[in-house]
Design a protein around this ligand. Structure first.
Ligand SMILES: C[S@@+](CC[C@H](N)C(=O)[O-])C[C@H]1O[C@@H](n2cnc3c(N)ncnc32)[C@H](O)[C@@H]1O
Length: 391
């Protein structure tokens, strides 16, 4: 397995498996099968994809587009592809876009320098939130228009749009993924929301100081530091291929080779990833979606059957069936806190695959990165791995 230390952290992601990679490695080894292909079926941050690239050709799949950006970063050979001076080049270009923007709109200036009261903060935030009604009439204004004074300040949004504009020039190259991943990291650590993007925090008398800390963070510095890190990334791959898909899990399972090891880490709670990470999806797609609700969600966000009490059992049934049809092996992550009761899941697995598969179990008490910051927001779950080895 690739040393997890060399795989950069890019996004605070709910249910990331970074902490249990060695457990997954043990489960895969214990299958003792001669497969050359691993499918990371619900890849999220693509950390599992990256960790097993030294051992397998990996198919990395997730319904969310941003996951493919992470996987493509790990697929790229940065040092060979990026020329010297890349970081300086990006800075120059991003700054040109930012300066040009301020030249277009000198009337918009929102400084947090002298703000230290509840009323002062509320006023500056409200003014920025109203920019959603502004008609900027310029390209690369999506974040300034729609998210100023919400997750980020206006100035941070101008930098997000400008860096995103620069990324476009590098599309089709390793540089594109490096820029986007570093930007996602910077967005994650400057957002005033609590570790995800399901909602931004309203200003209250007790959180003025905390919100100001995020508002005053320099997005570009965080971006640049991460960019330096990712362009020196080199995952030992032993010539293995990586294939990146943005498909529903059943579509992906139709096209995998037989005898693939499928690592499946589906959502286990009623929380939709498309709601928690909607702005990251929008950053990558930059497709000007119609937004709704106070949190400004995309109105086309995907609703997973694994997040719905009435659909989750069928979703697993279809998963087991597709694995069987592809004569493949399965390592399944789930929590003892999941929407589908663990006993039910095991019983279903036994019933559907028991004849053709050897089934075994592993577990670990694991602190789920549910929402990031405060300890009380963490969820203590038993992370369980069930292996299905085709006989
Ligand atoms: C628990 S997370 C995976 C975390 C990942 N293993 C990691 O370590 O970062 C579950 C993922 O399933 C994806 N997902 C949900 N429904 C899906 C579906 N029907 N097809 C493919 N991916 C889906 C979500 O977008 C989310 O990224």
């Amino acid at each position: 397995m690739v040393d997890p230390e060399i795989i950069p952290h890019l996004l605070k992601y709910m249910g990331s498996k970074r902490e249990i990679l060695s457990l997954i490695n043990d489960a895969i080894k214990e299958l003792r099968v001669d497969s050359t292909c691993l499918c990371d079926l619900f890849s999220g941050t693509a950390i599992v994809t990256a960790a097993f690239l030294d051992q397998f050709n990996v198919i990395s799949n997730d319904i969310q587009t941003y996951s493919g950006v992470f996987a493509n970063l790990y697929a790229s050979n940065m040092e060979e592809n990026l020329k010297q001076g890349f970081v300086v080049e990006i800075k120059t270009k991003a700054k040109e876009f930012v300066d040009e923007w301020h030249g277009f709109f000198p009337e918009y200036k929102f400084s947090y320098e002298n703000i230290n009261s509840y009323d002062g903060l509320l006023e500056i935030e409200n003014k920025q939130q109203k920019l959603i009604n502004a008609d900027f009439g310029k390209g690369f204004s999506l974040f300034a228009k729609n998210y100023s004074g919400t997750y980020w300040s206006y100035e941070q949004c101008v930098w997000i749009d400008s860096i995103r504009a620069v990324a476009e020039e590098y599309k089709g190259t390793a540089g594109y993924y490096a820029i986007l991943c570093a930007l996602i990291f910077a967005m994650s650590y400057t957002s005033q929301s609590t570790g995800h993007f399901a909602q931004y925090r309203d200003v209250t008398r007790s959180n003025v100081h905390d919100i100001l800390l995020y508002r005053k963070r320099n997005l570009y510095s965080l971006f640049e530091k991460k960019l330096e890190e990712v362009i020196h990334l080199r995952i030992p791959r032993n010539n293995h291929e990586i294939t990146v898909k943005t498909l529903d899990y059943l579509d992906c399972l139709r096209i995998i080779p037989e005898n693939t090891i499928v690592y499946a880490d589906p959502p286990y709670s009623a929380v939709h990833y498309s709601r928690f990470y909607h702005v990251i999806e929008t950053l990558v797609r930059y497709d000007h979606p119609h937004l709704e609700y106070k949190a400004r969600y995309r109105d086309d966000r995907y609703q997973s059957p694994f997040d719905k009490r009435k659909e989750v059992a069928d979703a697993f049934r279809l998963l087991f069936n597709a694995i069987d049809e592809r004569r493949s092996h399965l390592v399944l992550s789930y929590s003892d806190n999941g929407l589908l009761k663990y006993d039910e899941l095991l019983e279903m697995g036994n019933q559907m695959l028991g004849n053709h598969y050897d089934i075994s179990l592993k577990g670990k008490n694991h602190v789920h990165s549910k929402m990031g910051r405060a300890d009380e927001n963490r969820l203590y779950v038993n992370e369980l791995l069930v292996s299905f080895r085709r006989k």
